[in-house]
Design a protein around this ligand. Structure first.
Ligand code: SF4
Length: 375
């Protein structure tokens, strides 16, 4: 069993792996196939109560009521951006901690179909202290359990399925074209690889073919650059994407906004990424938040180009979402394009991220900051 939050509560089924759930069911005196039915009711049918699990016998449902909880999240806020592209939810956990989750909708862009990407949190708060990040300014509270991570995706999956049904009813898509959530990124509150086991177990649950069945290649785990965990991840038999936050092309500049750089500077970090590429054969995504006046000059783009030239990678450039008390603004459009041009000169591919959810504070940790401010 994976670690759960330190509160007295019935056993949360969403914290269990499929094997653990099947063992629990057998321990309760039921046939093993009941475990598979229960897993399907949770993750395929997305049942929110035991009473709704009509494929299970009445007696078994009563026993589940006695011993277990599904492990739902309490919704504090659920907001939709004006353009309808982004939803953001703030959840309260049983011990009062607040976490947030974002759903981003992307229209088809030539070679790719419609995407619905969920950005999940893996910790309440964060210990990494990045100065441009609202969560980093709030400090670390605790790790999230597997169920608390997976529940965030399930909440957005229910929303996505309702949208699918409306679009099917309106003739906008065929019955066979239900999509639900298509991608998951572990880029919300917290450092996913600091909560390594629960993050990886959540990936396994999301990926399970008897449940949500989100392809591993559609799941991205991000890290601020924890070198030992990157090397550990390289040896996992999982096809997930790895995204590493760089945010600066040199140690001095990086340490100014990312305290983690003192422990894991750029050289060992890039070496760990090369190990990951060698072992998995997969490219690494480097995240680079453009902070005006801090890391967004053309000279810094050239230095980044020299650092990454020849590395199998892709750089995602994201203009910062300014926080109320944060010191950094966004670069101009001309400045962003000049930065990207300089990277191209070194053969380093990059994308400037579409800006989503600015009006609902969709940047990391910002909605919680507002909720805490009004309580
Ligand atoms: S950017 Fe990510 S790693 Fe850095 S403080 Fe914020 S949540 Fe933590």
């Amino acid at each position: 069993m994976t670690s759960a939050p330190n509160v007295m509560s019935p056993r949360s089924l969403l914290d269990c792996s499929r094997a653990e759930l099947e063992a629990l069911v057998v321990e309760m005196g039921e046939a093993p196939y009941r475990g598979r039915q229960l897993w399907r009711a949770l993750y395929h049918e997305l049942r929110e109560s035991f009473d709704d699990m009509t494929s299970l016998s009445r007696g078994f449902r009563a026993a589940l009521h006695q011993r277990c909880a599904i492990g739902q999240l309490e919704t504090v806020y659920h907001l939709t951006s004006r353009d309808g592209s982004t939803d953001k939810a703030l959840f309260r956990l049983p011990d009062g901690e607040l976490i947030e989750t974002v759903l981003m909708r992307y229209a088809p862009d030539g070679h790719r179909k419609v995407r619905r990407t969920v950005c999940v949190s893996t910790q309440a708060g964060c210990a990494m202290g990045c100065t441009f990040c609202a969560t980093g300014q709030q400090g670390f509270r605790r790790h999230l359990s597997v169920g608390e991570i997976v529940s965030q995706v399930m909440f957005m999956e229910r929303l996505a399925r309702k949208e699918d049904e409306l679009e099917i009813a309106g003739g906008m898509r065929s019955k066979g074209d239900r999509q639900g959530v298509t991608n998951v990124v572990f880029m919300g509150m917290g450092e996913p690889l600091a909560n390594y086991d629960n993050t990886l177990n959540a990936v396994r649950t999301l990926n399970d073919e008897q449940g949500l069945h989100i392809g591993a290649r559609r799941i991205t785990v991000s890290t601020v650059g924890l070198v030992p965990q990157i090397v550990r991840l390289a040896n996992e038999p999982l096809q997930v994407n790895l995204a590493v936050s760089l945010h600066a092309p040199d140690d001095v500049t990086r340490a100014e906004t990312m305290p983690v750089n003192q422990k894991y500077p750029l050289r060992p970090l890039i070496e760990a990424c090369k190990t990951y590429i060698d072992k998995t054969g997969r490219r690494v995504f480097f995240e680079y938040v453009l902070l005006h006046g801090q890391n967004d000059s053309v000279d810094q783009a050239r230095e980044l180009g020299r650092l990454l030239a020849g590395v199998l990678c892709h750089v995602n450039l994201s203009p910062v979402n300014p926080t109320a008390d944060g010191p950094f603004g966004r670069p101009t459009r001309v400045g962003r394009l000049a930065f990207q041009d300089a990277l191209r000169d070194y053969g380093v591919p990059s994308t400037i991220r579409m800006e989503k959810g600015i009006d609902i504070d969709a940047g990391c940790g910002q909605l919680r900051a507002r909720a805490v401010g009004v309580e």
